[in-house]
Design a protein around this ligand. Structure first.
Ligand SMILES: C[S@@+](CC[C@H](N)C(=O)[O-])C[C@H]1O[C@@H](n2cnc3c(N)ncnc32)[C@H](O)[C@@H]1O
Length: 586
């Protein structure tokens, strides 16, 4: 009987606590939940939090579907395979060391805070940290206690035997009572689908604010029910918590986090969207499909859109209110063209819709007309204040154009504020823009610096950046872009005197590597402006930089201090926050 299945591991397992690994006794793991019915998958325990493919409750079973219906497997084999897979997953989960600053790690810290370290420590020692009190697909009522940086509510049951467990429920706010359905059990927590609000927190929630018909199903937005002011406050708290949890700095070294700067547009701001779709199921009758496609009738299995919340299942999306009007106008046509050609696809694909200024020389449109580009390799043009930027459609550029003047001028002003007197000989006038992309910071800050270099790993972006310098009439002997790995830049900038230099750092989500930080510490430029789309890795890196200089100088000489910290809301209605940290050598 599956219900009495006893999984025994004889080898000692390694379990992590606070990122330390230590051996423990070999645990016996009992699963006492009701046995799964044949044909039903159940997550007894899985790798913590990684949302993977899972059967959608509203979409029926997860078996491969053919034109004749689901392929039937022998029930006995299924149960056996399931138990085997589950045992493997559990073993992996127990051995899993969360990567510092990963989304799982960030959430785990909140779970520990909510449950309290003692409770978590005891469960780990007793080997019960994967023994969920909830069954797969169980519907539960929960009290939401906190909100996670990813925008999901962290909830607990008020029944005594289930209280020492967290349930992560999207679209639920602190102070609310919600109904949710468990779909995955992990270490000391479960993931659940939001079902409904039982008791709203009307101080925070007003559902009449929601502007998207897919909200609470699509995984794109989390905060449409909140006032914009509350969204900005939540994001400020994410910055505060990130520095508390990841910088390892004393509270006295962390300045008061300034209020988050909002986006001038809270809907219709996103200049790039990437809807995707899956290929026709292999058993589909291609001839029949082709006929259907020619008539422009979308087959039922074809979904073109974004991932459903918490899954990698695509949901059909016909409009996206956070995308610009130009992209929304183009979307139906792009979708139709896929419907008509879907029979030609052997694999799924991701579409690109990117807003661009019309650059055609023979254009009949008025100046500054915006168009939707769908080609991956086209040249995109946008303006940031008075500056012009061109870049290849599938390369990196910030996706909220309307906030960029505020973001770039904030970075400029925060640097200048450290040396307000233009005649101050100590005022730095050299700028190194690392991870520069197509030159956003180098070019927008160029009026305030006499010599500028940008470094970037993508040859295509460097080509765009050099072209952008020309487009903005910046001579090559003043502004130059060089292809290179940021970890290796300091060889390339030996003509930049550190005492005259400001450095902008804007790395990808994973932050800077140790090689980069070591070289930065050696170079020791006067000011560092660290812009980041992942405040957790930013906090980690800033902590490393400050601690290293503090240790080296031991109270003497120059060290970095964190002058200011502030979030920018590049993505309203979502939980994302961009963070700007200004460091000064004193
Ligand atoms: C977040 S984007 C910032 C781009 C630019 N600052 C902007 O705002 O448009 C990060 C950039 O870092 C580049 N990059 C990633 N790894 C790098 C590395 N090791 N060295 C240099 N550039 C890198 C990426 O190609 C990307 O253009």
């Amino acid at each position: 009987m599956l219900a009495r299945r006893l999984l025994r591991y004889s080898a000692s397992l390694l379990i992590t606590r606070n990122h330390r690994i230590y051996p423990t006794r070999a645990p016996f793991l009992y699963f006492s939940m009701a046995s799964p019915k044949v044909g039903e998958t159940r997550a007894l325990s899985e790798d913590p939090v990684t949302p993977g493919k899972r059967p959608r409750l509203d979409e029926g079973p997860s078996e491969p579907v053919t034109a004749e219906g689901p392929i039937q497997k022998k029930p006995k084999d299924k149960a056996k395979n399931f138990a085997k897979k589950n045992a493997k997953r559990l073993k992996k989960a127990r051995e899993n060391v969360l990567e510092e600053c990963s989304p799982e790690d960030v959430q785990w810290k909140d779970i520990v805070e909510l449950l309290e370290q003692d409770v978590v420590g005891k469960a780990i020692e007793e080997g019960t940290e994967f023994q969920s009190p909830f069954a797969f697909r169980e519907e539960v009522e929960l009290e939401v206690k906190a909100i996670s940086p990813n925008g999901a509510g962290l909830a607990q049951s008020d029944s005594e035997d289930k209280r020492r467990w967290v349930v992560v429920v999207p679209f639920a706010l602190p102070g609310e009572r919600v109904k949710a359905r468990i779909y995955k059990n992990a270490r000391m927590h479960s993931l659940a689908d939001f079902i409904e609000i039982v008791r709203p927190n009307s101080e925070l929630r007003d559902d009449s604010r929601i502007q998207c018909r897919y909200f609470s199903k699509c995984g794109g937005c989390q905060y449409q029910m909140l006032s914009y002011e509350t969204q900005l406050d939540f994001k400020r708290n994410v910055v505060i918590k990130a520095y508390k949890n990841y910088s390892h700095l004393p509270a006295t070294s962390i300045p008061k986090v300034q209020p988050t700067i909002g986006s001038p547009l809270q809907y219709g701001y996103r200049t790039k969207i990437t809807p995707h779709f899956q290929a026709p199921p292999s058993k589909v009758d291609k001839v029949e499909l082709q006929k259907q496609c020619a008539e422009g009738k979308a087959p039922e299995w074809l979904k073109i859109g974004f991932n459903r919340q918490g899954t990698s299942n695509v949901m059909d999306i016909e409009e996206c209110p956070i995308a610009t009007p130009v992209l929304n106008e183009a979307l139906p046509g792009v979708r139709d063209s896929i419907v008509k050609t879907i029979h030609t696809y052997k694999r799924g694909a991701t579409l690109l819709l990117r807003e661009t200024l019309d650059t055609a020389e023979d254009s009949k449109h008025p100046p500054d007309t915006k168009l939707c580009n769908t080609s991956q390799h086209a040249s995109i043009r946008e303006k940031v204040g008075d500056f012009i930027f061109e870049y290849v459609a599938n390369s990196f550029f910030q996706n909220n154009n309307v906030i960029l003047p505020a973001l770039t001028s904030y970075v400029r002003d925060a640097i200048i504020a450290l040396y307000p007197n233009p005649d101050d000989p100590a005022r730095p006038d050299h700028l190194i823009d690392t991870y520069c992309g197509s030159g956003l910071f180098a070019i927008t800050l160029s009026p305030n610096f006499s010599k500028i270099v940008g470094i970037e790993i993508s040859a295509e972006s460097i080509q765009s950046a050099n072209q952008n310098a020309k487009l903005n009439n910046l001579p090559a002997d003043r502004v130059e872009f060089r292809k290179g790995d940021a970890s290796d830049i300091f060889q390339a900038v030996q003509d930049f005197p550190p005492e005259k230099t400001v450095m902008v750092i804007d790395p990808p989500r994973k932050g800077c590597d140790d090689a980069f930080i070591q070289q930065l510490l050696k170079f020791r430029c006067k000011v560092v402006a660290y812009v980041s789309c992942n405040v957790h890795t930013q906090a980690r890196d800033v902590g490393k930089i400050l601690k290293a200089t503090e240790k080296e100088v031991e109270g003497e000489g120059k060290k970095y201090v964190l002058e200011s910290l502030r979030g920018f809301d590049l993505f309203p209605q979502t939980a994302h926050v961009e963070s700007v940290a200004i460091l000064k050598l004193v």
